[in-house]
Design a binder for this molecule. Structure first.
Ligand code: CA
Length: 227
């Protein structure tokens, strides 16, 4: 049974989320503040953490930053709908996914399962990834759309490969920049948009209505998951 650490300061919310996760077959440890979260994380070694950002005292960002220094455990952050900036910062601190409040418990359970699945998949990413008509051979660095071979620049390939290793995971522009260039300077994030545009031109059957390389508004980009 997978153990989930739930960090949420509102008792009612904590209770509801806990009940749903337990119903879905998870063991849940629920705490209401940052220091308790760090303590429980070190003691229980959970398989995944659901972390509210707005916590009294030590906020969720600080909790996320501290945990990431010690572990690669999957983290899903909970953010308010209005605060897009929070999602970007959370992902850049190393969170794996985010859910905006208010959310349906069903959505939360689905996200938890997806992130756990991805976390397991990361142990041995397949050399050939297939998503719809798109085939990416990571070792040969070959990309096909159906029967058509797609010729990408090294940067475009790196960009695609980065997202392909984690289908469905949202990447911020800064994260993508760092993966494709090795370094990332704030203020240069928008250069990623140009690469994405070129990638779509070469890849997408209809670049104006992308079906593979998807925009996540206010956050960044992701590659569609396999059907
Ligand atoms: Ca809160």
């Amino acid at each position: 049974m997978k153990t989930i650490l739930l960090v949420e300061d509102e008792p009612r919310m904590r209770q509801v989320v806990r009940a749903y996760l337990e119903q879905a077959g998870f063991r849940v440890i629920a705490v209401g503040d940052g220091p308790s979260a760090l303590h429980a994380f070190r003691r229980e070694q959970p398989d995944l953490i659901v972390l509210d950002l707005m916590l009294p005292g030590m906020d969720g960002f600080e909790v996320c930053r501290t945990i990431r220094r010690e572990s690669g455990v999957p983290i899903i952050i909970l953010t308010a709908r209005v605060e897009e900036e929070d999602r970007v910062v959370g992902l850049e601190l190393g969170a794996d996914d985010y859910i905006t409040k208010p959310f349906s418990p069903r959505e939360l359970v689905a996200r938890v399962r997806a992130v756990l699945r991805r976390a397991q998949g990361e142990v041995a990413p397949p050399a050939v990834i297939r998503i719809g008509d798109l085939t990416i051979d990571l070792e040969r660095r070959e990309v096909r759309m159906g029967e058509r071979e797609v010729h990408l620049t090294p940067t475009e390939f790196e960009l695609l490969a980065t997202m392909a290793r984690h289908p469905g995971r949202v990447f911020t522009r800064l994260q993508l920049l760092e993966r494709v260039q090795g370094v990332a300077y704030e203020g240069y994030e928008r250069t990623i948009d140009a690469h994405i545009k070129n990638l779509r031109q070469k890849l997408e059957p209809d670049p104006k209505n992308p079906q593979y390389v998807l925009t996540v508004y206010g956050v960044g980009y992701k590659l569609r998951e396999a059907d």
